[in-house]
Design a protein around this ligand. Structure first.
Ligand SMILES: [Zn+2]
Length: 186
C-alpha cells in the first residue's frame, strides 16, 4: 500500500516516476509527513488532515466532495423560494387566525410552530428530490418569513395598537423558522 517516498518535492519532477494519485486534489504537503490522504494518497500534513469515517483526507478532497454534494442550480433555489413563500403565506394566515383567539393560542402555537417548520422542510424535500443546495435552508427561511409576514399584517397592527396577544403568531413563526432551519441544515 505504501509507495517508496524518497523525494516528492518540486525539485525534480521529470526524473521521478509520477506517483499514482487517485483524485485530482491540488494538495501539496508543506513539510515532512508520514500521513497520507486516504483518498488521493498524497502526503498529508496532520494540520490539514480532515478526519472522516474512512480515514484522514486532504482539504481538497473535502472541498471536491462538497462541490459535488451540492448540485443545485439557480432554478432550484427559485423553486425552494416559491414553495416556502406559498406555504409561508398559508402559515401566516393560520397563525394570524390563531392569534385572535387569545391566551390559548400560546399553547396552540407552541405545537403548531415547529409542525409548520417540519411541514415546509418536508414539502421542499419532496419537490426538490435529490437536488441539494448549500443555502436551501437560508432561502427557505427567508421566503417563509416573507410569505408569512404579509398575512400577519393585521397582527402587526394589533401589536402596535397594544394587543400583546397578537405577538403570539410571531412566536409561532419564529418556532416554524427554527424548526425549518434545523431540519434543512445538515
Ligand atoms: Zn486528497
Amino acid at each position: 500500500m505504501t509507495t517508496q517516498d524518497s523525494s516528492t518535492g518540486e525539485a525534480a519532477p521529470a526524473l521521478a516516476a509520477p506517483p499514482h494519485y487517485d483524485y485530482a486534489c491540488q494538495y501539496v504537503a508543506s513539510g515532512e509527513t508520514t500521513l497520507r490522504c486516504s483518498k488521493c494518497n498524497r502526503p498529508l500534513m496532520p494540520k490539514d488532515a480532515k478526519r472522516t469515517p474512512t480515514g484522514y483526507v486532504c482539504t481538497y478532497y473535502v472541498k471536491a466532495r462538497v462541490a459535488t454534494f451540492y448540485n443545485a442550480g439557480i432554478e432550484h433555489y427559485v423553486l425552494v423560494a416559491i414553495v416556502a413563500l406559498v406555504l409561508g403565506a398559508i402559515s401566516g394566515f393560520v397563525l394570524n387566525f390563531v392569534g385572535n383567539i387569545g391566551f390559548f393560542a400560546l399553547i396552540l402555537v407552541i405545537f403548531a410552530g415547529p409542525a409548520i417548520g417540519a411541514l415546509v422542510a418536508e414539502a421542499i424535500r419532496r419537490v426538490l428530490g435529490r437536488v441539494r443546495g448549500m443555502y436551501f435552508w437560508l432561502t427557505a427561511a427567508i421566503a417563509l418569513v416573507i410569505g408569512a409576514v404579509f398575512l400577519l399584517l393585521p397582527s402587526i397592527f394589533s401589536v402596535l395598537a397594544g394587543n400583546i396577544f397578537s405577538l403570539i403568531p410571531f412566536l409561532g413563526l419564529g418556532l416554524a423558522v427554527s424548526a425549518l432551519v434545523a431540519r434543512m441544515r445538515i
